[in-house]
Ligand binder design. Structure first.
Ligand code: GAL
Length: 504
């Protein structure tokens, strides 16, 4: 699609969706729609040095003398799901979910990260225990191979900046398919490569804490993309026939709404979408593959202006473009919030933000959460789903995370109840009114957990966890009852009785 046409479609999309955004839709999801909930290894497992587990970059990051985590906490014990995973499965069963999305800790399975050094039997036993417990309770295990906890052994030789990481990931993925693929039928190669690239290598607020924006983030992102593609192709060529599962990866994206209706802001919003979601989606899901043309153009231009001999954005060879393109069985999407996008030229360089020429902000009337980056803007979800459909075609979209942050101690979490009800309803509108092909939904998260650099100051759980008690008791919040009801009803079949009366 030409950029003029793309911007026209984008403007129509913005106009179209906004008129229908407020009315609640009473209807159900298509038969077979899948409901689930998620966690990740470092955020819940604890047992950071138990049974031969190697250290990961998050172990190093939280144990360093530098203050990386808001409350000075770590994931050393976290929810202690290493010991209490059966409790987690019981919570999932009570919710009535079809599947659980959790991640493998690479260094629990392969302590140095390099399979040539061997793998850990206790690590294999642990994940067999989780998988078998889920199956015994009729819950499908779905597994993320990489949720940001790179083995420290690999970081020591350059981590995501060293191309050999692609080979190490390939060997790890192959082992996982071999050992667990008889029972795991849905795989996610990499979780949110954007966050791992930008926050881990550009801003440095996440492990491994490197902060050369506009340089290292692009290099890390390149190897994350190649690793994903390698994992997908190994599954496709070696395991798909015998195991019959699905594999893809999962990208994060906010919706970007133009701050004003000036052409500059409308263009900035579309460009921002290409820099954010397109960076990792275009190489895999577009017809042509490779990075989005506008991203290549802007980074190359800025790089030249800054005197770099070549673009700071890494380049795929034609063979790599073909290798990465089409490596999907679904479009995995994590979504939380919406930003306003404004055209901006920054006075500093180089950086990812400078390259995009977009300044993100919020409308101050949008309801807040306990996370400063997350405001409640349900209609943005529907617009994002339409954007994905319009941009990449009728690919099955799998919502692999969506959720809300509250403060520690909240049990009657009215903010989250409102969030889930309204966001899930916007997803229903995208399916029923706009024809978006959304096949499943995943709530983040089953339980309160270690929220990365925010530690335990922000809680995303459907269940409250008391981190001061060694038994880590889990207590359902109000949102757990709501989610359970939505799953049981497969949506919102009819207005609640009191609303009926109001209508009369
Ligand atoms: C996602 C991430 C999760 C969780 C969530 C809430 O970006 O994949 O691990 O932290 O955000 O912030």
């Amino acid at each position: 699609m030409t950029s003029a046409l793309r911007i026209l479609v984008f403007s129509i999309l913005v106009a179209l969706c906004s008129c229908q955004s407020d009315e609640f839709l009473y209807d159900t999801f298509p038969a077979g729609f899948k409901w689930g909930a998620a966690t990740s290894a470092y955020q819940i497992e604890g047992a950071w040095n138990i049974s031969g587990k190697g250290e990961s970059i998050w172990d190093t990051f939280v144990h360093s003398d530098e203050p990386h985590v808001a409350d000075g906490s770590t994931g050393d014990v976290a929810c202690d799901s290493y010991n209490f995973f059966r409790e987690d499965v019981a919570l999932l069963k009570n919710l009535g979910v079809n599947f659980y999305r959790f991640s493998f800790s690479w260094s629990r399975l392969i302590p140095t990260g390099d399979l040539r050094d061997g793998f850990s039997e206790p690590g294999v036993d642990y994940y067999n225990g989780v998988i078998n417990e889920l199956l015994a309770n009729n819950i499908e295990p779905t597994v993320t191979l990489y949720h940001w906890d790179l083995p420290q052994g690999l970081q020591d030789v350059g981590g995501w900046l060293n191309r050999t990481v692609v080979e190490r990931f390939a060997e790890y993925a192959d082992l996982a398919f071999l050992l667990f693929g008889d029972r795991v039928k849905t795989w996610y190669t990499v979780n949110e490569p954007w966050v791992q690239a930008v926050q881990g290598h550009g801003w440095g607020d996440y492990a491994p804490g490197l902060n050369q924006s506009g340089i290292l983030d692009y290099q890390a992102g390149h190897h994350l993309l190649l690793s994903h593609a390698r994992g997908w192709r190994i599954y496709d060529e070696k395991y798909r026939n015998s195991q019959g599962g699905k594999i893809g990866y999962t990208m994060d994206s906010s919706w970007l709404e133009p701050k004003t209706q000036t052409q500059a802001d409308i263009d900035a919003a579309e460009r921002g979408m290409q820099f954010k979601l397109g960076w990792f989606a275009h190489p895999v899901y577009s017809v042509d593959g490779d990075y989005p043309p506008i991203m290549k153009e802007y980074v190359a231009r800025h790089s030249a202006e800054e005197g770099f001999p070549q673009s700071r954005l890494s380049e795929f060879t034609p063979e790599e473009v073909a290798y990465v393109r089409g490596t999907f069985d679904y479009f995995g999407l994590n979504h939380y919030t919406t930003n306003l996008a404004e055209y901006a030229v920054y006075p500093f360089a180089p950086s990812y933000a400078t390259d995009a020429e977009v300044f993100p902000s919020f409308n101050e009337t949008w309801p807040e959460s306990s996370a400063d980056w997350l405001r409640v803007v349900p209609w943005g979800f529907r617009k994002l789903l339409n954007w994905v459909k319009n941009e990449y075609g009728d690919i099955p979209i799998f919502i692999t995370e969506n959720g809300y942050a509250d403060f520690p101690g909240t049990i009657d979490d009215v903010g989250r109840v409102d969030y889930y009800r309204s966001y899930i309803n916007e997803m229903l509108k995208a399916i029923k009114l706009d024809g978006c092909n959304v096949i499943g939904y995943t709530a983040w998260s089953v339980i309160d957990n270690f929220e990365w650099a925010a530690g335990y100051t922000q809680r995303f759980g459907l269940h409250y966890v008391d981190f001061s008690d060694p038994a880590r008791p889990r207590t359902p919040k109000s949102s757990a009852a709501l989610y359970k009801q939505i799953i049981a009803d497969n949506g919102f079949p009819a207005p609640p009785k009191n609303e009926d009366k109001n209508d009369l």
